[in-house]
Design a protein around this ligand. Sequence first.
Ligand code: 3PG
Length: 308
Amino acid sequence: MSKKILIATQKPFAKKAVEEISEICKNSEYEMILLEKYAEQADLIKAIENVEAVIIRSDKITQEVIENAKKLEIVVRAGAGYDNVDCQAATKNDVVVMNTPGQNSNAVAELAFGMMLFMARGKFNGKAGTELKDKKIGIHAYGNVGKNVARIAKGFGMEVVAFDPFVPAEMIKKDGVIPLTSVEELYKTCDYISLHLPSIPATQKFINYDLISSMKKGAAIINTARKEVVCEDSILKVFAERDDLKYVSDIAPVKKEEIIEKFGDRCFFTPKKMGAQTLEANVNAGVAAVKQIINYFEKGDTTFQVNK
Ligand code: 3PG
């Protein structure tokens, strides 16, 4: 009997991505099961019960899901951040967890610029806005998305700096980007601060009162990373003290209503996480995910395993 691969995507992939995954499954004799736009976590728990592999996006793979998935051998998060997967529970239950790094990073980087332009042009309100050219952009965390942001920023004629204590300065310099040694400098000196930190215990509310209140006059934080890395109470506090700063985020903060009510003209939040929501990113990440599953089953390839 062939192994079953479940695609569990509350926010569905583009049709073409599903077709390509389906074709790969068929050619390699795996059975593909599709669970899209499911209403409740219980639907995921039921669908995963009988499969050996699952491809997800921001779908939540909790301890409960893992413990109910008796046949499950591998979870692949079609995307970068795997904070939605309980890796400890997976490891405990001998389930391999992988992500597909880099596959959707251009899409996220492009959205960051869409958001920057939207704010620079006063949300297209017809009044004179500003340009990105000659402005300074600070990339906070220089991974795959950060690298793409740097590439595009140079096309706009921006000055590009980055802070990432885990990436050697030489590697950042090679991209024509100035590496900073202090995060404080990034917040103090940039017109745009583009966030690309993962959501891990060490980064929760990392963008705090001190960093936000130190920002340059008129600066904007562009968050295409995770809402958890920004301290929302600090946004509320600093924005009440200063009327020049802007905050845009690709995923609404928990305190969205309060922030919008008080500072709506200086903020914008996408209704659904849109960063990776392009045809290209869906195909790239979805196809990479299914290939990684097949390579794991057939060759034991654990290259992209994150819970080693
Ligand atoms: C990621 O971590 O890859 C992005 O946040 C994309 O998330 P999504 O697949 O849920 O849109």
